[in-house]
Design a protein around this ligand. Structure first.
Ligand SMILES: [Zn+2]
Length: 286
């Protein structure tokens, strides 16, 4: 027979009706939550966790593990992995993941922190005091690295490039570039439109209208280096007309949309596989 502890007094051995009573060190609230999660008719789809529920998340997870309520433990992790919850409290979920050794949650939370500014104001939560400064610093390092990834990708895609790197065959690409985009196509433009070559330095840059279009996007994407932000900032940067050039006017919009998808995929891949990757943060902890 189990009994909940009363107040903060230490566990003691008791007897009731001739049977031993084991006093559990966890609070009534924690045990109640474990049992609710373990009840077979329950499903995580019937629940959503609030910020207040996170206060006991570590204790409930630890209790479920201690008493071998594996199903309840897994159910809790599924609930913690909820997209809305992670996006609302990414730093706190990251801390909980580290404290409870939950790599998948750690990775998801680390990537979600990219949707917020580098140092969000008023970043305080109970688990923060349990993490060393080094652990949180790693998370900030990850954010900075992903910002650098975004800058590098955009700067690489906007040139300048060595002339010999741009192949005659338009299917060739260098790094993150795709030379089928109209701003790289070397012919059929009107007037002064088209990629520009510097004969002295031997470098080529894409059409000016494209460079102008991307210039304000780069710092914004650096601030929030996420796939969603890349797509939305490029979409917001649209200016009509694209160019006085007939070919760029006809092809520009479609190619910029293609560019946004391509760049966001490259960024997502780099963010997940960087030296300080979200995966590493999640799996290895600190
Ligand atoms: Zn053109």
């Amino acid at each position: 027979m189990f009994a909940f502890p009363s107040g903060s007094s230490p566990p003691t051995e008791l007897e009731r009706d001739g049977n031993s009573v084991l006093v559990l060190p966890e609070t009534e609230d924690v045990i109640y939550r474990v049992l609710i999660l373990a009840y077979p008719a329950r499903s995580h789809q019937l629940y959503s966790l609030s910020a207040a529920d996170l206060d006991s998340a570590c204790a409930v997870h630890e209790a479920a593990q201690k008493y071998q309520f594996t199903y309840a433990q897994n159910l809790l992790v599924e609930m913690l992995m909820d997209d809305t919850l992670v996006d609302a409290h990414p730093h706190r979920l990251f801390a909980i993941a580290q404290l409870q050794d939950l790599p998948s949650l750690g990775q998801k939370a680390a990537l979600s922190t990219l949707k917020l500014p580098f140092c969000p104001p008023n970043l305080t939560f109970p688990e923060m005091g349990l993490l060393t400064a080094d652990k949180m610093q790693k998370l900030y390092d990850f954010h900075r690295l992903c910002s650098d990834n975004a800058s590098d990708i955009f700067r690489g895609a906007c040139g300048p490039l060595e002339e010999h790197e741009i192949g005659v065959d338009s299917s060739l690409s260098v790094d993150d570039n795709d030379f089928t985009f109209v701003w790289w196509v070397p012919h059929s433009h009107d007037g002064r439109c088209g990629p520009e070559s510097d004969f002295e330095s031997g470098v080529v840059v894409p059409a000016k209208w494209f460079r102008d279009l991307m210039q304000p996007v780069i710092p914004k994407v650096r601030l929030l280096p996420t796939v969603t932000n890349v797509v939305s900032e490029i979409a917001a940067a649209r200016v009509e007309p694209w160019s006085d050039c007939e070919m760029c006017s006809a092809e520009g919009r479609k190619d910029v949309e293609r560019f946004a998808i391509r760049i966001s995929r490259i960024l997502a891949n780099k963010n997940e596989t960087s030296d300080i990757s979200a995966r590493e943060l999640g799996i290895l902890g600190f």
